[in-house]
Design a protein. Structure first.
Length: 265
């Protein structure tokens, strides 16, 4: 199978999973978020590491993700900050007791993964809990904003893009493409929000622009991470696309912005 067809089939499969998870309600959305958090942290820890150390890092990631997953699924009064405090104590003691040359780098990756990956997952859970009844399919709305933003940025950037955004991080992104992506996302999210999410036109348009803007920088953060560790993709789970972080990087930065915006609406 050629790379084009691999990307196409994988892309359709991923979109299908996201639509089904978003349409299915709270628990299916939670399952999608669990996958992003657990696999994303695993990919980050193994990024740029030799094969000889990846198995150990896989177990470290699984242990720490399991604590977050318990907080995500179990119905007891807890929050991300409490779980982070527990993780911080465990990881710091573990770093001291098992100290090796690369221990501090592992600890730094863990800290970054908790903030970059698991915090947005818990904010997305809050969005599902607090806004799902008021705004049905809110999770799908975020992805529609991200997808249309990517399409708009690509089409406008290819057509009239002249001013590079941050060329040493992402050579192909232009300011014209970014604005085009924001406009298309604002339009499409506004339409979808009005007819399917019970949100008025203006709030939908504002939310679409926010999703697009912060999603663009989420993609740039992933580019910086990959350049730091000298890798092309975060993983190889998705044929033709790379890893979970390659597909959900925009989502990770868009979600905190969406959470704040919905809190203010």
């Amino acid at each position: 199978m050629t790379n084009f067809w691999q990307r196409t089939v994988s892309g359709v499969f991923i979109v299908g999973i996201i639509v089904a998870a978003s349409w299915g309600g709270y628990y299916s959305g939670l399952a999608l978020l669990s996958m992003i958090g657990a696999i994303g942290l695993d990919e980050l820890l193994k990024m740029g590491e030799p094969e000889s150390r990846k198995n150990k890092l896989r177990w470290i990631g699984a242990f720490h993700s399991s604590i977050f997953l318990l907080g995500l699924w179990l119905k007891f009064e807890t929050n991300w900050l409490s779980l982070l405090t527990i993780q911080l104590v465990i990881a710091s003691i573990g770093c001291v007791l098992t100290f090796q040359e690369h221990s501090f780098k592992e600890l730094a990756k863990l800290f970054f993964g908790w903030i970059w990956i698991w915090l947005p997952v818990f904010l997305a859970k809050d969005i599902l809990e607090d806004f799902l009844l008021r705004f049905p399919m809110i999770l799908l709305l975020v992805f529609i904003g991200l997808w249309t933003s990517d399409s708009g940025a690509y089409l406008v950037g290819k057509s009239i893009g002249k001013h590079k955004m941050i060329p040493h991080v992402s050579p192909n992104k232009t300011w014209e493409g970014t604005v085009g992506g924001m406009l298309l996302a604002a339009m499409m999210v506004s339409i979808f929000a009005h007819y399917f999410v019970s949100m008025d036109w203006i709030k939908g348009a504002v939310l679409g622009g926010i999703i697009s803007f912060f999603g663009t920088f989420g993609d740039l953060i992933q580019s910086v991470v990959k350049r730091t560790f000298g890798v092309k993709d975060s993983g190889n789970l998705i044929p033709g696309h790379g890893g979970i972080l390659d597909r959900f990087d925009s989502f990770l930065l868009a979600i905190p912005a969406v959470w704040l915006a919905l809190s203010l609406f």
